[in-house]
Write a protein that binds this ligand. Structure first.
Ligand code: BG6
Length: 465
């Protein structure tokens, strides 16, 4: 559909940028912080771990200064559960509270709206050792943690996100479950428990922080059929429901959709549901939807002959197929990043429209960006016009989606500064701010503004692309 006139970005549009605690903070064992599952991460040879990351823990004032200079209206970051409650469940660590209070003070003093993710992949190790999310006790621990957050930061934070990419943790569980990969049955138990935990946090937030908004933040993408053959369309529909809509359906409507339920039945993965869970899920209503978008996926009908799952490495954006459910297909219309992620700005508009049509809730893009190598030139610059092109094309589609009628309240590209990628360490950079370190040599970690920094600064200043 061609529009005659484009609607502008709203005046109070939350132009932001994102990070997560374990990928930027470093200081993994300082000031009383407990270990998380990410601190056990053993990367492949030549790739960094998360111990020092971008040293944001020690340099957050300098980083907020750069956010201010960039003109950010919002900053989305996560709180490390293990800084607040080191073993996930016991004593509160005052130094952790203090750190985030100071960060929040700094942001608010610079008129930057904090958007806080409560849990971003870094489960406390002690809870993991007791069964992690499969153990119902972790739900109580999360509720306790949520209470500590709302008590201490409820006066400073208006936008909360409960769980980052719950669907990635279920579909790509390796990095979240050190030591063993849980069975599918166990994963869907983890998933149900996360839904309950998230619902409890949502109810608690509404009770303790009137005026605050809270929502989930899954990784959502439109799934295309490879051909217009109806069985490909059905496969796309199946996988979109299982990979994406399940996570909003339970969060928003408090119910498992019949298609997903019958899939779980057939797979022998029906989770144990305690009495009262479904009522609880139905009563906890998010105020908005966080949405992480990177790439669409294309699938074809399953053959169900033992070859649907392809033996290749799939990260969160690379589909690998599932026996009897769908096969991964290629999309000849789209280019890929160096890391095999499809570049599909129009797909983002499709994803936003489908999401808004299903849930009628305001949407905040909580992640989207280009991960690639950057080159620091001799004159200390980073000419990342490829990142500008990527973001510009996505911002354009965001504006078209707004014109289509989607209530988009903000856009937080991933990431504010370079950070440690979940799989590819420091080689795969996303930031507007370059951090001068590499995989093995942390150097001075000087902050350097990339060309995309100045471009984004202009976008924010003009509220226009
Ligand atoms: C999202 C995660 O899946 O994608 C982030 O929420 C992650 O934590 C981002 O960093 C980019 O993925 P990657 O694998 O390139 O770091």
């Amino acid at each position: 559909m061609f529009h005659k006139t484009l609607k502008p970005f709203p005046d109070n549009f939350l132009w932001g940028a994102s990070t997560s605690a374990y990928q930027v903070e470093g200081a993994y064992n300082e000031d009383g912080k407990g270990l998380s599952v990410q601190d056990l991460h053993e990367p492949p040879e030549g790739i960094t771990d998360f111990k020092v990351a971008s040293d944001h823990y020690h340099r957050f004032r300098e980083d907020v200064k750069l956010m201010k200079e960039l003109g950010l209206k919002a900053y989305r970051f996560s709180i490390a559960w293990t800084r607040i409650i080191p073993d996930g469940d016991g004593e509160i660590n005052e130094a952790g509270i203090q750190f985030y209070r100071e960060l929040l003070n700094e942001l608010l003093a610079n008129q930057i709206e904090p958007i806080v993710t409560m849990f971003h992949f870094d489960l406390p190790l002690k809870l993991h050792e007791k069964g992690g999310w499969a153990n119902r006790h972790t739900v109580d621990s999360f509720e306790k943690y949520a209470k500590v957050l709302f008590t201490n930061f409820g006066d400073q934070v208006k936008y909360w996100l409960t769980i980052n990419e719950q669907n990635v943790m279920i579909n790509h569980p390796n990095a979240m479950n050190p030591g063993r990969v849980p069975s599918k049955k166990e994963l869907y138990q983890q998933c149900h428990n996360m839904f309950v935990a998230s619902a409890k946090a949502t109810l608690l937030c509404h009770q303790m922080c009137p005026g605050a908004k809270i929502g989930p933040a899954p990784n959502i993408t439109a799934i295309y059929p490879e051909k217009c053959n109806p069985s490909d369309a059905l496969a796309a529909d199946n996988w979109e429901s299982i990979r994406c809509w399940l996570y909003y359906d339970v969060a928003v409507y408090g119910r498992y959709t019949p298609l997903v339920w019958s899939y779980l039945e057939e797979q022998g993965c029906i989770p144990e549901i305690e009495e009262g869970d479904m009522e609880l899920l139905a009563s906890a209503k998010p105020d908005y939807l966080g949405l992480n978008y990177y790439a669409t996926a294309t699938v074809s009908a399953a053959k169900n002959d033992g070859t649907d799952r392809q033996p290749r490495n799939g990260d969160q954006q690379v589909m690998i197929g599932e026996e009897g459910v769908y096969r991964a297909a290629t999309n000849p219309y789209l280019e890929k990043t160096k890391y095999g992620w499809l570049i599909d700005p129009i797909g983002m508009r499709v994803t936003l429209r489908r999401t808004y049509d299903r849930y009628h809730l305001p949407i905040l893009i909580t992640e989207n960006g280009l991960g690639t190598h950057d080159i620091l030139t001799e004159d200390n610059r980073i000419h990342d016009e490829y990142r500008i092109d990527y973001l510009k094309s996505h911002f354009e589609q965001a504006q078209l989606a707004i014109t289509d009628g989607v209530e988009l309240i903000g856009y937080c590209p991933w990431s504010f500064m370079d950070l440690v990628s979940t799989h590819q360490g420091y080689g795969k950079r996303y930031g507007f701010v370059y951090i001068d370190r590499d995989e093995t040599d942390i150097k001075e970690m000087t902050r350097i503004k990339k060309d995309s920094f100045y471009w984004y600064q202009d976008v924010i200043k003009n509220n226009n692309i």
